[in-house]
Design a protein around this ligand. Structure first.
Ligand code: XIL
Length: 647
């Protein structure tokens, strides 16, 4: 079994840290999304949209995605100009919004992208939600992405722009919605309290530091790695202009919460701006002495600035990342770095990092180090460089693996190989994909895959713990399945590689780490309970039907999903569903409606947006509740006072 092919990461580098292109989430477990904005332009206006500068916005009936009208932007004089909408006050900090917009060129073709501009203290930042996507005048193209605001702002606008031309274009049927966040489980053990042999970390973006995500992070983890915020494109986008707008809030959060920080990464062939490899003559650098001198000077300047900015706050640096390529006869990746400077870029990077951050442990980090050929090349390189006196303190094993690969034995060989070098080892980017090839895609993670994944986490953590002292930390590449790079890499599809699900609840994988005897009892793998009693005991009136499902259950708590169908012949404009709990259950939070509970009696009224149910239509709501002893499904429901069929 081979590892997933590593496609050009460059294609992904455009993704902002706070934005992950969405894929269908675990539908069975997800509560109903709440829509916070809709622009369909059917009223003949521009519906509060405005240009970003002097371009012209107009309602148009030339083309429409849905209905008869769309929004047309014309008179653009720069590619960044385009329609924008104020979402200040609409988007709340810490909530992940799914934004969808349809785009179509008026003529010709271009690439369109969707972004958010935010300003704090007058300083603007631009977060890309969906990267360049080909658009033509012949068809509507959908841009859908996820966006979480992680900072306080005084300006917040969603906008669409193009990459190359200033051609006119249309947008239509814009929506933004969110799935209400669930409270984190506070009654389960903290991973960091169970795994005490080494610090356990998570890679984070700004989105992981606020509200429920921040709570989950600090409950379970000892350490963080900014997933993108310290890479070259984030910290020195143009030469000698350093910006820490992404990283500083993450580092401040980590410090305030006593979390250790892994710095990732000072030198990599990806997410490095092209100016770095452009010579004084404006041409791509080659292996000349002049280009090499300039490149190493840029490298030194970069490390001096970035490492010095954080002083002793960062205790470990991934100084160089992914320098091995086992397909080369000498095992060395032919990156721009290597092609221009040979191994001197690695020597320079470690020398300067040691000088600027003498307190820090300096790492060489790579993926697939469990593959014998790659492992052995890495070993040889570290051995050689250490013999030369290059200050390498540790080897980082990324451990991006999947449910079938690699074996524990190969992973153990990966660790034992490096022991004679007398250096530290860390697992730096672990995740366990539910996919075993690029051609698979599941809308919802299948229960058997999640179970396999739990066993992989169990076995790998047992192995790492066995090497206590050698392995000095284990970091997961993400906090929860709602934000994982594997949703877009190596192909776009929903993956679920971490310990917590898309609603931040513990998966079987979590129990694999924390208490393997409980694997299989977590909500992710227990099948949804769909319900008794039969229709014969509850014939109802034929005008409504209710499906009550327990979509997740854990000691003391559960999540429910209730579908209300109008099976009568008249439309409803508002509704009230009532039932009795028989097991002492208590609802703690409900979305998609408003609830009251008095003893066993529950009444749920519609939310403002889902009161209308057409004849033959349905709506649903979800809730979190508590239970003790047993959690029986209610036997009967009434809708607006009339008994319903129970499905
Ligand atoms: C990934 C990030 O998670 C993504 O958000 C980004 O688009 C691409 O890079 N190996 C590494 C990490 O060393 O830096 C990569 O992070 C994942 C693979």
């Amino acid at each position: 079994m081979r590892a997933l092919p590593r496609l050009a990461l460059a294609a992904l580098t455009a993704l902002a840290t706070v934005a992950v292109v969405s894929a269908t989430a675990d539908a069975a477990a997800d509560p109903t999304p709440i829509t916070v904005l809709t622009s369909d332009f059917e009223d003949g206006t521009v519906q509060s949209w405005a240009g970003r500068s002097a371009e012209t916005l107009a309602n148009s009936t030339t083309v429409a995605h849905g209905g008869a009208a769309s929004l047309l932007v014309s008179g653009r004089t720069a590619t960044w100009q385009g329609p924008s909408l104020n979402v200040l006050g609409t988007f709340e900090k810490g909530t992940a919004y799914t934004i969808s917009v349809w785009v179509r060129m008026a003529s010709a073709s271009d690439n369109a992208r969707l972004s958010v501009e935010r300003r704090t203290g007058g300083v603007a930042a631009y977060d890309q939600v969906v990267g360049n996507t080909a658009v033509t005048s012949g068809a509507w193209v959908n841009l859908t992405g996820r966006y979480t605001l992680a900072t306080d702002v005084e300006f917040l606008r969603v906008y669409v722009e193009t990459a190359s031309t200033t051609g006119d274009f249309h947008i239509d049927d814009v929506t933004a919605s969110y799935v209400p966040a669930l409270p984190i489980q506070t009654d389960i053990p903290s991973v960091k309290d169970v795994v005490t042999e080494f610090p356990v970390g998570a890679a984070i973006t700004g989105a992981e530091t606020v509200t429920q995500h921040g709570q989950l992070l600090t409950k379970h983890f000892d350490s963080v790695t900014p997933g993108n915020a310290l890479k070259w494109d984030a910290t020195e986008p143009t030469e000698n202009t350093f910006t820490y707008a992404q990283a500083d809030p993450l580092i401040a959060f980590a410090k305030a919460n006593g979390l250790a920080i892994r710095g990732h990464t000072l030198v990599w062939h990806n997410q490095t701006p092209s100016w770095v490899f452009t010579g004084a003559d404006g041409q791509p650098m080659t292996a000349t002495a002049e280009d090499k001198t300039l490149l190493l000077a840029r490298l030194e300047n970069h490390i001096r600035n970035v490492a010095a900015h954080y002083g002793t706050d960062i205790g470990v640096w991934d100084v160089v990342n992914e320098v091995i390529d086992e397909s080369q006869s000498d095992g060395l990746r032919r990156s721009n770095w290597y092609n221009v400077a040979g191994l001197d870029y690695i020597r320079t990077a470690f020398r300067v990092a040691r000088e600027v951050a003498p307190h820090a442990k300096l790492y060489i980090n790579d993926y697939n180090t469990n593959v014998a050929a790659k492992r052995d090349f890495l070993f040889g390189l570290v051995q050689q460089l250490k013999a030369e006196g290059v200050p390498i303190d540790g080897v980082g094993h990324q451990v991006h693996i999947n449910i079938n690969w690699p074996t524990v034995a190969d992973t153990e060989s990966m660790l034992t190989k490096f022991i004679p070098l007398n250096i530290d080892q860390q697992v730096t980017e672990m995740d366990v994909s539910i996919y075993t090839s690029s051609s698979e895609s599941f809308p919802t993670p299948p229960a058997d895959r999640l179970l396999k994944q739990a066993y992989v986490y169990r076995d790998m953590f047992a192995l790492f713990r066995k090497y206590q002292g050698e392995v000095t930390s284990v970091t997961l590449w993400g906090l929860a399945d709602d934000n994982t790079w594997l949703d877009t890499y190596p192909v776009a599809r929903k993956d679920a590689p971490l310990l917590f699900d898309t609603t931040l609840q513990a998966k079987s994988a979590y129990w694999g780490v924390v208490d393997p005897s409980k694997i299989g009892t977590s909500p992710s793998v227990s099948p949804s309970v769909s319900v008794s009693p039969s229709t014969s005991t509850n014939p109802g009136t034929g005008s409504c039907a209710v499906t009550y499902r327990i979509t997740g259950s854990w000691p003391g708590g559960f999540q429910g999903d209730v579908k209300v169908a109008n099976t009568g012949s008249a439309a409803l404009t508002s509704w009230k569903l009532a039932w009795q709990f028989t097991g002492g259950q208590q609802i703690s939070q409900l979305w998609g409606g408003a609830h009251t509970q008095s003893g066993a009696a529950v009444t749920v009224s519609n939310a403002a947006w889902n009161g209308s149910i057409a004849a033959g239509g349905s709506t649903s709501f979800g809730f979190l509740g508590s239970w003790t002893g047993s959690n029986p499904v209610p036997a009967a429901f009434t809708l607006n006072g009339t008994a319903c069929t129970v499905l």
